[in-house]
Design a protein around this ligand. Structure first.
Ligand SMILES: [Zn+2]
Ligand SMILES: [Zn+2]
Length: 320
């Protein structure tokens, strides 16, 4: 059984990559029915293969339940699959997402991190349902639970249930009226902190990636503070490209990362503490086929950045 005793010294697990892993598109962020995606893990892998993806990471929200099925399909189709996860975390009062890549799914540290979030999610789902029921939406809990299909329950399942029941015409309206920020279904959760989340990922041999940095609604100054905290706390990479992204935004993130890297991990004692520079990751954040702006394999890193897979570089494989 994997140990959680000294995560600082836990080496990164090296994935078994073939030389072909980097011969096509790389996509290190996507979702299956194990969380809030529409496709089963096997269907997702098969779709990625058709889209020209040669290395895929399945990163469901707070679960690795889909990994075994995805892995089996990836082996059948001879493509590289990295076991991953997207962990929900807290930075101050903000909810942020940290992708763990190439995690050891059997590690105690990962199981604990998942169970902790599962308890929080279930408590939140019960509270959302209670509030919705008070507003007359009877059966919300059972409905959302059924749609989650035994997977991780989240607000998107409530949104889909509301659409299926004819309460709203689409999921966007469900969020706008009932589930989004400031609405009755917006139940605050005290997610595990950023630092603890990074420790969990490192303890299961994974590399940590700050997901979609531009989606937190932060000013540039706050975003730089987040990147600096992430770096200082041991983060490995930043998602420089997430889905179809304006090149101007990509350059913005690139510049922020360069600035944080130049600080060496600690702005106050920069010459005493030096962390390895933040690397670059990329992913579509695919959830469902009818969202072309986050289609599988639609992403490519800009020139001049060091990709996250250099952490695992093995003989015979070179970056694209
Ligand atoms: Zn996310
Ligand atoms: Zn995601």
């Amino acid at each position: 059984m994997a140990s959680t005793a000294d995560p600082e010294n836990t080496p990164l697990t090296r994935p078994k990559l073939t030389a072909d892993a980097l011969s096509g598109q790389v996509d290190l962020h996507c979702h299956s029915t194990a969380s809030d995606g529409i496709l089963s893990p096997a269907a997702l892998v098969s779709r990625a293969k058709s889209a020209g993806v040669t290395m895929l990471a399945l990163t469901d929200h707070d679960t690795v339940a889909g990994i075994a099925e995805a892995q089996a399909e990836a082996e059948r189709l001879e493509m590289a699959l990295l076991p991953g996860i997207e962990l929900t975390a807290r930075w101050g009062k903000r909810v942020i997402h940290i992708v763990g890549l190439n995690v050891d799914c059997r590690a105690t540290a990962l199981t604990e991190a998942i169970e902790q979030r599962d308890r929080l999610r279930r408590a939140r789902a019960a509270q959302i349902a209670e509030r919705l029921e008070k507003r007359g939406f009877v059966g919300a809990y059972e409905g959302a639970l059924a749609l989650a299909g035994g997977g991780v329950i989240g607000r998107p399942h409530f949104a889909r249930w509301m659409v299926d029941e004819g309460h709203v015409s689409d999921t966007a309206k469900a969020f706008k009226r009932y589930l989004g920020a400031g609405k009755i279904g917006d139940v605050a959760v005290s997610w595990p902190e950023l630092e603890d989340t990074l420790v969990s990922i490192r303890a299961c041999g994974g590399a940590s990636v700050l997901a979609h940095p531009l989606k937190y609604g932060l000013t540039r100054t706050r975003l730089q503070a987040l990147l600096a905290d992430f770096h200082r706390a041991g983060g490995d990479a930043v998602e420089m490209v997430c889905g179809q992204q304006n090149p101007v935004q990509t350059r913005e993130i690139q510049a922020l990362v360069q600035r944080v890297n130049a600080l060496g991990g600690d702005p106050e004692v920069s010459d005493e503490i030096t962390r390895p520079p933040l690397l670059a990751s990329l992913g579509s954040d695919f959830h469902q086929p009818d969202q072309p702006w986050r289609a599988l394999g639609c992403v490519r890193l800009p020139a001049g950045v060091e990709p996250v897979w250099n952490l695992w570089q093995t003989d015979g494989i070179t970056a694209q």
